[in-house]
Design a protein around this ligand. Structure first.
Ligand code: ADP
Ligand code: ASP
Ligand code: MG
Length: 420
């Protein structure tokens, strides 16, 4: 029988300095001593990615996307080599590989590439040679002739996706995501002290939490885990404590329908003031944004007055400058009065399978926010979530009030029964 393979991913905070890297190496060595083959995916150390982005921004407002990806990929190269060296230092054979060497090809969308294929020949060869394989996360190369291939990155948090893609392709027995909290909670534990750790969360609900801003997992990673049936275990790299399993959730029918809260500060609200109220205007505004790859999220069009109407929508805050450059000429062309923007807003969502079929959740959410004195600026709903836009400075108040109102601090009876 072959040795069971384990994929482990370590996030930036787990690798923030030399001591932490050495600690990660000791953890890897323990796992190997327990008889596992290991493929380890690493993020860049600490805030390296933010620092590299800052450096680029200090050079130019509009860094070339290709050069930016080559720059960002160095963060993960750095940490991969250092983890490998830390393993050598304690007598564990190891080798670091870039995304390309690990066989990860992607589409060509710099900064938000999607994995197209994983061809891990080199990974298999190094495992066979008895080595722990350290893979630089968050990166691949665009498919095409080897001479034309470009380094791409997978978007913020993309190392999660590298890990799940490799786990799926290699048929790993376990896929463990080590981070700076014990697992998935009912809300971001840094903002909601009463947040409760979940022992299990279903793919569908986790994907929605991730999409709505829970940064603990990149949405793409959850999606890949779901379609490939990879059970993802999220756990702390700082303490030995049971983590959270992201998997099919057998308890969906039986429990509190709200599974958790998600929030996102990376939101900007754009309002086009006094847009002419006639057919085709929305298409003229949103088509060029879509062509530019700008993800428009919530859209609200107010009732028109005197042939004009206000149109508001949200986009990721990091895309705001880009969106303005696109909208300014359209403003002149369409003759609307002005574009106003607000970055001091945040998105707050309640997430749970079946929310939309159960009456009362929306009303309870709005009543709770009202009683907490939080004004709702926009609302949107889907099958499994209700989302509001509020002022950013009301975020903590809103999250804590909603956490209490939906009784999220209370242990699930199904979980308690399973544990007992
Ligand atoms: P890493 O560097 O390990 O990839 P991230 O910073 O990307 O870590 O993700 C971990 C962080 O996600 C936590 O520190 C926590 O603040 C945040 N987070 C947001 N929502 C949740 C949630 N529901 N459960 C756990 N952590 C969450
Ligand atoms: N280093 C990248 C980031 O900060 C990728 C990752 O951490 O997963 O987004
Ligand atoms: Mg992350």
């Amino acid at each position: 029988m072959s040795t069971p393979l384990v994929v482990q991913k370590f996030g930036g905070s787990s690798l923030a300095d030399a001591d932490r890297i050495k600690r990660v190496a000791r953890r890897i060595a323990r796992e190997r001593a327990a008889g596992h083959e290991l493929v380890v995916i690493v993020s860049a150390m600490g805030d390296t990615t933010d620092e590299l982005l800052g450096l680029a921004a200090a050079i130019t407002d509009e860094p070339d996307p290709r050069e930016l990806d080559v720059l960002l990929a160095t963060g993960e190269h750095q940490s991969a080599t250092l983890v490998s060296m830390a393993l050598h230092a304690i007598g564990v054979p190891a080798i670091s590989l870039t995304g390309r060497q690990a066989g990860i090809t992607t589409d060509g969308r710099h900064g938000k590439a999607r994995i197209a294929d994983v061809e891990p020949r080199r990974v298999h060869a190094e495992l066979k040679a008895g080595k722990v394989v350290i893979v630089a996360g968050f990166q691949g190369v665009s498919a095409g002739a080897p001479d034309d291939a470009e380094i791409t990155t997978l978007g913020r948090g993309g190392s999660d996706t590298t890990a799940v893609a490799l786990a799926a392709r290699l048929g790993a027995e376990r896929c463990q995501i080590f981070t700076d909290v014990r697992g998935i909670y009912t809300a971001d534990p840094r903002l909601v002290p009463a947040a409760r750790q979940l022992s299990i969360v279903g793919y569908e609900e986790m994907l929605e939490l991730a999409h709505q801003g829970a940064q603990v997992m990149q949405p793409r990673a959850v999606e890949l885990g779901w379609v490939n049936h990879v059970v993802i275990e999220v756990l702390s790299s700082f303490e030995d404590a049971p983590g959270t399993h992201i998997t099919e959730d057998p308890h969906v029918e039986q429990r509190n329908k709200v599974r958790g809260l998600a929030h996102d500060r990376n939101v900007a609200k754009v309002t086009l003031v006094e847009v002419p109220d006639r057919p085709g205007v929305a298409a003229l505004v949103f088509e060029p944004l879509a062509d530019a790859g700008i993800n428009v999220d919530m859209i609200v069009q107010n009732i028109g007055h005197g042939g004009a109407t206000d149109l508001s929508f949200t986009i990721p805050q990091v895309e705001l400058a880009h969106a303005r450059r696109i909208l300014d000429p359209i403003t002149r062309q369409l003759g609307f009065r002005e574009v106003t923007t607000d970055t001091a807003v945040a998105k707050v969502s309640i997430v749970g399978a079946g929310i939309s079929n159960a009456p009362g959740y929306a009303a309870r959410m709005f009543r709770t926010l009202a009683d907490a004195g939080v004004n709702i600026e926009m609302i949107s709903t889907s099958e499994i979530r209700i989302t509001t836009i509020i002022a950013e400075d009301a975020l903590e108040t809103a999250l804590r009030a909603l956490h209490t109102a939906f009784e999220l601090e209370r242990p699930e009876t199904v979980e308690a029964a399973a544990a007992g």
